[in-house]
Write a protein that binds this ligand. Structure first.
Ligand SMILES: [Zn+2]
Length: 455
């Protein structure tokens, strides 16, 4: 087998090409080569070479096991070697982050790692000056309202929030000011911004957080449309550190207290679920689906982590679960107004390995679902975390690992968009240490079918 320059394995074993710095490793390594775990012929460890060596990412190896087939192995954190077999087709190559190769043409790709910003969006800017004076500016045409504020009011302020607003569609705005004063508005275009700006007259220390109700950037769902999906849980917005929710914020009377026998859980539409089996303190959708189902990147993005994590959990198919975190950035000009979301996929039994920072493209296969880690049945743990213009910060950078287990991600949002009967997302409307406006991130027709879990 010839090793030369290039990045990936060509169709023909004789023409296999790998990275220039590829060095044979793993010969004789203790592979867990269970024939039931993959489709291809057994791996010849003679052919296994090290192809990617991210400093803090998983070790990735590729072996050529036969004409037209590649085997990809990932060395797990605890030393196990998981094994993925794949047909060597363009889709899989793309899933592996393969660059153009000598003997294999890949279909035209979009610009790496970026999302085409949808049209019809402008920008807003919430600036706070040391005197306590705040300014809210907006530009539905997509110009630079922060620059205008600075031009008009001086440069001594600090941008508290800056992001996207819908020029003509629905936006929601929460304003929080000194003295624990908070108020919200929802409406079309610049209407709610104007409302809250006017209502903040005379108040000090105001910070305005704005979000469109819809920002269609996700091109496909995380699972095949043909998969049978059984939703098991919803996003839980009622959890510590804010243990009591004023439910009048989403159309109910009274309040809900975390840990009490009253309805402390709300689903992704703000409905009480105390009679159902929502998992407490759970920061994701659990989508029940058969083992081995492909899971996809929702949109173009960049890998934060694609790794194996030893959860130490028992009772599942194994304690080590595949985890993928993809960052999706809606790039704006200027970048002050970028909006960023992270999609997380857990319990995978197969993982297509990628180094941190690698580009992925909408529809790329990230791995195969399973029943790994802290899991009681085959499912995909699917979460979306907002990183920009969250309830208490202009931005937040997800660190992996964050929190404990699969829960505790503070800015998890519902990618279908918070649709409480009235009012606003309680986590966006409070001066909480976590939470963010939900936004419907699906392009038309892209969202997984929710019929089975809607009332
Ligand atoms: Zn889960």
């Amino acid at each position: 087998m010839a090793l030369s320059s290039g990045l990936f394995v060509a169709c023909d074993e004789d023409e296999a090409v790998l990275t220039e710095d590829a060095v044979p490793v793993l010969a004789g390594a203790p592979l867990e080569d269970d024939a039931d775990d993959h489709d291809g012929p057994p791996i010849d460890t003679q052919d296994i070479v090290h192809v990617e060596g991210a400093d803090d990412g998983p070790e990735v190896f590729v072996g050529v096991s036969g004409l037209g087939q590649a085997e990809v192995l990932v060395e797990g954190r605890s030393g196990e070697v998981a094994l993925v077999a794949s047909e060597l087709d363009p889709e899989v190559l793309r899933a592996h982050g393969a660059e153009p190769m000598l003997d294999f043409k890949i279909a035209d790709k979009p610009v790496a790692g970026t999302i085409s910003s949808p049209s019809g969006y402008g920008h807003y800017c919430s600036m706070l000056y040391p005197s306590g004076v705040s300014v809210l500016g907006w530009d539905a045409a997509g110009n630079d309202p922060c620059a205008v504020i600075i031009a008009n009011n001086g440069a001594g302020g600090t941008i508290q929030r800056a992001g996207m607003m819908s020029a003509a569609g629905a936006n929601q705005v929460v304003t929080r000011c000194d003295g624990n004063v908070a108020f919200a508005a929802r409406g079309l275009g610049t209407g709610p911004l104007s409302t809250n700006w006017n209502n903040s007259t005379g108040l000090n220390g105001c910070i305005h957080t704005v979000s469109p109700l819809a920002l269609p950037i996700f091109e496909i769902g995380p699972l095949p449309t043909t998969a049978t999906v059984d939703p098991g849980t919803g996003v839980d917005f009622a959890r510590p550190p804010i243990t009591t929710l004023d439910t009048s914020m989403f159309g109910w009377g009274g309040s809900l207290t975390y840990g009490s026998s009253s309805a402390q859980l709300v689903d992704f539409k703000g409905r009480r679920r105390q009679t159902l089996t929502w998992i407490d303190d759970h920061s994701a959708y659990d989508l029940g689906v058969a083992r081995g189902t492909e899971t996809y990147a929702l949109a173009n993005g960049n890998v934060i982590a694609s790794r194996w994590l030893d959860t130490k959990c028992t009772g599942s198919d194994g304690p080590v679960q595949g985890e993928v975190y993809i960052r999706h950035t809606v790039a704006r000009n200027p970048s002050t107004y970028n909006e960023t979301f992270v999609a997380a996929y857990f319990h995978l039994e197969y993982l297509f390995p990628r180094a941190p920072g690698a580009d992925v493209f909408a529809g790329d296969i990230l791995g195969h679902t399973g029943n790994m880690g802290c899991s009681t049945g085959p499912h995909l743990h699917f979460a979306v975390i907002r990183e920009t213009n969250v309830a208490d910060a202009r931005s937040f950078t997800l660190q992996v690992p964050f929190g404990v287990g699969n829960n505790g991600y503070p800015y998890t949002i519902d990618p279908w968009g918070w649709q409480a009967p009235t009012g606003v997302d309680p986590w966006g409307s409070r001066a909480s240490s976590g939470g963010a406006f939900s936004v419907n991130l699906w392009k038309p027709g892209a969202a997984p079918d929710t019929d089975t879990w809607e009332d």
